[in-house]
Design a protein around this ligand. Structure first.
Ligand code: SAM
Length: 212
């Protein structure tokens, strides 16, 4: 993983965001809402932009920060995003409304493992972005990867979970299952011949998988 010093340095080089995004960043910090690391999000946005992504399915909206970042960076892109926490979903709705992005960001309230039939009505996607319960990534992948187009991308955030996933020592009991599940998921991604996967040790660890 990149050291805190390097990560802080890289973050300091990134331009300040607009006032609404800054407000969301402050809200996230004050209310302990986990939003994507700023260095990882910049890398993801660049890759989606290179790939000409025009339709994204996000699992884990939180307050809508990453959905808004994608929508603002890719002006042709439509984002469908699922969130199971009602309070966060409602806050995200309000932020998306204030940014005038309601026509391009569709928020779905519910558990991603239970709303697949609702999501299927949106057809296929250029990108599946998985950023929700870390112990469930394999299930999210199994449920939604069939909706990713050929040559499309699957972005999985937090796959190194603070570096602990790579730690061979004893893992604290409370996170053991989640870490085991992330390891199984990472190995599954690498073994899956339908995808070409690269791991990026930035932020909390990000995997990008391209569907062949
Ligand atoms: N992508 C957001 C961003 O960067 O702005 C951050 C998402 S946050 C890390 C993860 C979110 O996923 C939480 O708000 C949590 O409530 C939601 N979540 C976790 N498991 C979920 C599930 N099974 N279905 C829908 N949402 C889920």
């Amino acid at each position: 993983m990149v050291s805190e010093e390097v990560s802080g340095y890289l973050s300091s080089l990134i331009k300040p965001r607009n006032s609404l995004l800054t407000e969301m960043e402050q809200y996230a910090e004050e209310h302990e809402v986990p939003i994507m690391d700023i260095v990882s999000i910049e890398a993801m946005l660049q890759i989606l932009s290179f790939a000409g992504t025009s339709k994204v399915l996000e699992i884990g909206t939180a307050i809508g920060y990453s959905a808004m970042r994608v929508a603002q960076r890719l002006p042709q892109c439509h984002i469908v995003s699922i969130e199971r926490d009602e309070e966060r979903y409602l806050i995200a709705k309000e932020f998306i409304k204030r940014a005038n992005l309601e026509s391009r960001v569709t928020l779905i309230f519910g558990d991603a493992l239970e709303v697949a039939s609702e999501i299927k009505q949106f057809g296929t996607f250029d990108c599946l972005f998985i950023d929700a319960a870390k112990g469930q990534y394999k299930r999210f992948f199994e449920q939604y990867s069939p909706l990713v187009k050929q040559n499309g991308l699957i972005v999985s955030d937090n796959v190194l979970f603070k570096g602990i996933v790579a730690n061979e020592g004893k893992i604290a009991k409370g996170i053991r299952t989640m870490v085991t599940n992330l390891r199984i998921y990472n190995e599954m991604l690498m073994a899956n011949e339908q995808y070409e996967t690269t791991f990026y040790p930035i932020g909390d660890g990000m995997a990008i998988s391209k569907k062949k």
